[in-house]
Write a protein that binds this ligand. Structure first.
Ligand code: ATP
Length: 670
């Protein structure tokens, strides 16, 4: 057992105790927001990042990292004697999702409203050209795609000349590709990557390389996340060779006096529930029902978009009364996604957000009291971020992960090693019975029997879930061969198990002993059902004709059966779908164009042409530069593999380890 070290006398952590005093307008903002003192991560980061150092910051969720970088960023943009030239960008903040970028933008706007000159500029009519002042100001632009076109963003950039860009990688890269957008070494100050480990993932590498290709090497860079340790090998890709590293952990005094370091805030109760798949929904219902006080906002994480879509459809009437269900996933239309998110954030009655990892990181939604992980995340890093949507800034929260009995219980050891330990869920007490599970399953199933659309959605959701299970990084814990398929099917309220390669050859009754004639399940919508019946009839006739002709062909020697017939039918349907989608897109485009004036149309076409041209040029340039960087790294002997885990890896000038505790073992503000 580690002995308890004597308590070190700490200097008080106040805004006045920062190495450099904050300007009065920032102090004014902090006071108005009720932020009486800096959080531990703010104290350490502000001293270094304001002091012109590159920083790599890993601190618990909800500990105030946004302001830890926003304050230095706005200060850097305001420190010169003159305003930035028109169309010169001075700072960029990148975030992995639209919702997070929007949130950072909102915090930034709220902050700079306290800077009189910047506030004045924000007020001017956004449809007109902005008059550049002689004195420096901060003027941010949000670049997230989805609801606006790249050409519209570029046109706003040209009109408003923002000096701080906040956005997602794809849209930022597109804007920077324009020759009108400039970020020369003489002007550009600072790059921040929020949720940096996610941005350094392979999935974003192309866009990130393009963005870096437009930025000067002489700049300040800050990387922030609650889980950066695993990404340290990739820091070199953003040109960070000797960053200052700041790590904020929580020290917890366990029963028996042992000190435990953890990466989650003290205000967040981290729990698990071992439950068969068929009992997950009853367990969720009981948690919602029994939690006292009733959770204002809850988030339930699933592993796929289809699972979210399906459960959002069937759970109303299954969850306890009085809870609104809202869904958020990447397959929603951008406008719907935006609307749903706002609906959840602004809800005044208890609400449950069903979502995927799209909402796992960074979102600072007020009053999230409960996070339930119906499916553990396929990427282990994401676990901490999902939990961290609750228990933020000292507010109490509960995070529960559901694990199936057996091998999945091994996940608990993995969480322990990753300093995100969980304890069994004791309060509220969950009592699971077979009757309750059956009742919920049958409630869901009834909806599928009443509407083919729900039946199809259920099948699709289940298949997508099975595919995601195979994707688990911790593949020795999450093994598809260990799954109890029939129990899982009941958990989803299926009327039959879909035909899947995963269950092929297994002795499983796909009908689940329910004996439901799935072909007879109708679409609720009359016209759709009529069409289905006609198609079914046609298909049956064609099939009969095919079999007949096959039999004739087989009768002739040397003839082989055409194996890909069914597949080619599917292919035709797929192509038809794509063609329909394209038609719809063109119709929408035409509608939009019809509302434009001739001048606007011309401008729009020119912009689109230009963007396309520049995009092609820049893709080529980014490829060349990536190759150059690779060669540079090879020449320096830096190949990523040589560096170990966080703390032992890349050389750093200084490592600051701050504790997320004001008193000896408590969480901040707790
Ligand atoms: N000094 C402070 N005192 C009290 N509350 C603060 C302080 N600074 C920020 N907060 C509040 O703490 C909450 C969490 O902040 P923020 O979203 O920046 O956390 P984070 O560390 O970025 O979390 P995540 O890792 O989940 O992205 C916000 O609601 C913010 O307003």
């Amino acid at each position: 057992m580690a002995p308890v070290p004597p308590r070190a006398k700490k200097a008080p952590r106040t805004w006045d105790s920062l190495a450099q005093a904050l300007p009065p307008w920032i102090l004014d903002y902090l006071q108005t927001s009720g932020f009486e003192q800096p959080t531990p991560v703010q104290k350490s980061t502000l001293d270094l990042f304001r002091g012109n150092k590159d920083v790599v910051v890993e601190a618990v969720t909800g500990s105030g990292k946004t302001l830890a970088y926003l304050i230095p960023v706005v200060e850097k943009l305001l420190r010169g004697d003159e305003a930035a030239k028109r169309h010169h960008v001075q700072g960029i903040i990148i975030a992995p999702t639209r919702e997070l970028a929007q949130q950072i933008y909102n915090v930034c706007v709220n902050l700079i409203k306290f800077h009189p000159l910047s506030a004045e500029q924000l007020q001017h009519d956004r449809d007109e050209k902005r008059t550049i002042t002689s004195e420096p100001v901060v003027y941010p632009q949000l670049l997230v795609g989805g609801t606006t076109k790249a050409a519209e963003d570029l046109s706003a950039f040209l009109r408003l000349s923002p000096n701080l860009l906040i956005g997602t990688p794809g849209r930022l890269a597109e804007l920077l590709a324009s020759p009108y957008v400039k970020a020369p070494a003489s002007t550009f100050e600072v790059l921040v990557m929020d949720e940096a480990d996610r941005l350094l993932d392979l999935g974003f590498s192309q866009e990130l390389n393009r963005i870096l290709g437009y930025l000067p090497k002489q700049r300040r860079t800050g990387l922030f996340s609650a889980s950066l340790s695993d990404a340290v090998e990739r820091l070199v890709t953003v040109g960070l060779l000797y960053p200052h590293r700041i790590t904020v952990r929580v020290r917890n005094l366990k029963d028996g006096g042992e000190i435990q370091e953890r990466k989650t805030p003290m205000s967040l109760q981290m729990s698990y529930l071992i439950t068969p798949a068929s009992q997950k929904m009853p367990a969720l219902c009981q948690i919602l029902e029994k939690l006292d006080p009733r959770p204002a906002r809850s988030i339930v994480f699933f592993s796929t978009c289809f699972a979210v879509k399906y459960f959002a459809r069937v759970l109303q009437g299954v969850l306890p009364e009085g809870f609104n269900i809202v869904s958020l996933h990447g397959k929603l239309e951008p406008q719907v996604r935006e609307k749903n998110f706002e609906r959840f954030v602004n809800s005044t009655s208890p609400s449950v957000l069903l979502t995927t990892d799209i909402a796992a990181r960074g979102l600072d939604i007020p009053q999230v009291d409960l996070v339930v992980q119906h499916d553990p995340p396929t990427d282990t890093k994401v676990f901490i971020h999902r939990c961290g949507r609750a228990g933020r800034a000292g507010r109490r929260g509960l995070a529960v992960v559901f694990l199936q009995p057996g091998r999945e219980e091994g996940y608990l050891q993995l969480l322990e090693v990753r300093q995100t330990p969980c304890t069994p869920l004791e309060r509220p007490e969950i009592i699971l019975t077979e009757e309750k599970a059956k009742a919920i399953s049958s409630k869901i199933r009834k909806q599928a029997i009443a509407d083919r659309e729900v039946y199809q959605l259920a099948q699709r959701a289940f298949v997508s879930w099975a595919r995601s299970y195979i994707e688990h990084q911790a593949s020795s814990i999450f093994r598809i061969s260990d799954l109890d398929w029939v129990d899982l099917a009941h958990g989803y309220g299926l009327v039959e198990l879909p035909k899947m390669p995963e269950i092929k050859g297994k002795n499983i009754d796909r009908s689940l002993g329910l004996g439901i004639d799935v072909e007879a399940i109708p679409f609720k919508e009359k016209a759709r059902e009529q069409k289905r019946l006609e198609e079914l009839e046609k298909w049956k006739k064609e099939k009969a004709a095919r079999i007949a002709s096959q039999e004739n062909a087989n009768a002739e020697p040397g003839q082989k059966r055409k194996k890909n017939e069914a597949w080619s039918e599917k292919q035709d349907a797929e192509e038809l779908k794509v063609a329909r989608r394209e038609k719809k897109r063109k119709r929408r485009e035409a509608e939009r164009a019809s509302k434009m004036t001739e001048k606007e149309k011309l401008e729009h076409m020119k912009l689109e042409d230009m963007i396309e041209k520049v995009r092609k040029q820049n893709e080529e340039k980014a490829r060349e530069e990536a190759e150059e960087r690779r060669k540079e790294r090879a020449a320096m002997g830096v190949d990523g593999k040589t560096y170990g885990a966080f703390g032992k890896g890349l050389p750093s000038k200084k490592k600051v380890v701050a504790e997320d505790s004001d008193d000896e073992f408590g969480g901040f503000d707790d």
